[in-house]
Write a protein that binds this ligand. Structure first.
Ligand code: SF4
Ligand code: SF4
Length: 74
């Protein structure tokens, strides 16, 4: 299974109703694609995670949630 890449196409997927629509998303941070780029620079309060609904999560065989909080390391 291919690891997700830091490419525009994946950013768009993340920002089309996945991280961008998540109650946990750090609004105004300009961040995203946490499963690739690692955790947010902001303090994160976990209020639910949309990752399992994200096409990239399924396509790349990801299994974690809250990448914005935990980062992208196993
Ligand atoms: S990584 Fe998960 S919890 Fe964090 S903003 Fe994205 S969907 Fe929400
Ligand atoms: S798996 Fe989560 S962090 Fe990665 S692109 Fe999808 S919604 Fe964003």
């Amino acid at each position: 299974m291919a690891k997700p890449e830091d490419i525009r196409e994946n950013w768009d997927i993340c920002m089309q109703g996945n991280c961008s629509a998540c109650p946990t998303y750090p609004k105004g941070s300009g961040e995203g694609l946490f499963c690739v780029r690692g955790h947010s620079a902001r303090p994160i309060e976990r209020r639910g995670c949309n990752c399992p609904e994200c096409p990239l999560w399924t396509k790349c065989g990801l299994s974690e949630m809250y990448y914005c909080f935990k980062g992208n390391k196993p």
